[in-house]
Design a protein around this ligand. Structure first.
Ligand code: HPA
Length: 273
């Protein structure tokens, strides 16, 4: 048994001492999108720092706890605060919560994030379904001894984002009258925003939006057998696409302004799966 799996097993036992809920769906709430926690019928919260060997969020926009509860009577677990590579954690640590949520029994993973829009038709406040991603600028979370209890050494990444889930998101958005776009997401390490030259390079590579998280989580999630989908909130036009300087305050403001529609969309998605 690898030390990664041993640590995850210990965290699982620690959670099981507090709750026996088996979540069907797991959620990662992106920067400024944690208002979703208000609509969960909460049964239990567990702080990351109460779990042995667990990374804790150091970003002020992120709390650091799992929330267990129900949406439309469906059992869920939500990460109220994600772990980022730029915080200084290894990629293996960054994806620990994803793996743990799978070991808790969750089958579907809904990822969300705040991103900079590269594609011209992505406007501030828009939502984008992630169709595929580019992770070539960050290390793979699967580097190192394979955790074979979770998945295979060389996992296929041809269909990271589940098409059926994406179709359900589109249907939910239509019913709620929420405009939703689709595109390719590119992950950087952060914590700095990009230069205009980098954004032009990413555009050439086929990226539609850029952010500092998510794709590594999606990769680890596919490895351990999750069905995955991702929804991005365009909080700004990427560097050089607009002349506006970028700031985390503006990212937080736009994400929180989009929160109502985000909550409606995710609630409806959870109801439909
Ligand atoms: N770049 C990287 N990450 C981000 C951005 C951006 O423009 N906006 C929100 N998160």
């Amino acid at each position: 048994m690898t030390s990664v799996y041993k640590n995850l097993t210990l965290c699982l036992e620690q959670i099981r001492q507090k709750t026996d809920i088996i979540p069907k769906t797991a959620l990662v709430l992106g920067s400024g999108l944690n208002k979703f926690t208000d609509i969960i019928d909460i049964v239990c919260t567990i702080d990351y720092h109460d779990l042995t060997g667990f990374p804790v969020s150091t970003n002020p926009m992120h709390n650091g706890r799992f929330i267990f509860g129900y949406i439309h009577q469906k059992p869920i677990v939500a990460m109220d605060g994600r772990i980022h590579y730029y915080e200084g954690y290894t990629m293996q640590q960054v994806v620990m919560p994803i793996r743990l949520m799978k070991m808790l029994g969750a089958e579907t993973l809904i990822l969300s994030n705040a991103v900079g829009g590269i594609k011209k038709d992505l406007n501030v406040g828009d939502f984008m379904i992630i169709n595929d991603h580019i992770t070539s600028f960050v290390p793979s979370p699967l580097i190192g001894k394979n955790v074979h209890e979770l998945g295979t050494r060389f996992p296929d990444m041809s269909h990271v984002y589940n098409k059926e889930l994406n179709d359900i998101i589109k249907q939910c958005a239509k019913e709620l009258n929420i405009d939703i776009k689709e595109g390719i997401y590119l992950q950087t390490t952060g914590p700095n925003y990009e230069t205009p030259a980098e954004i032009r390079a990413y555009q050439t590579l086929g990226a539609d939006a850029v952010g500092m998280s998510t794709a590594c989580e999606a990769m680890a999630a596919v490895h351990c057998g999750f069905k995955v989908c991702g929804i991005s909130c365009i909080t700004n036009k990427a560097s050089g696409i607009s002349a506006e300087p970028l700031s985390d305050e503006d990212v937080a403001i736009v994400a929180s302004q989009s929160s109502d529609n985000f909550c409606k969309l995710i609630k409806s998605l959870i109801k439909s799966i």
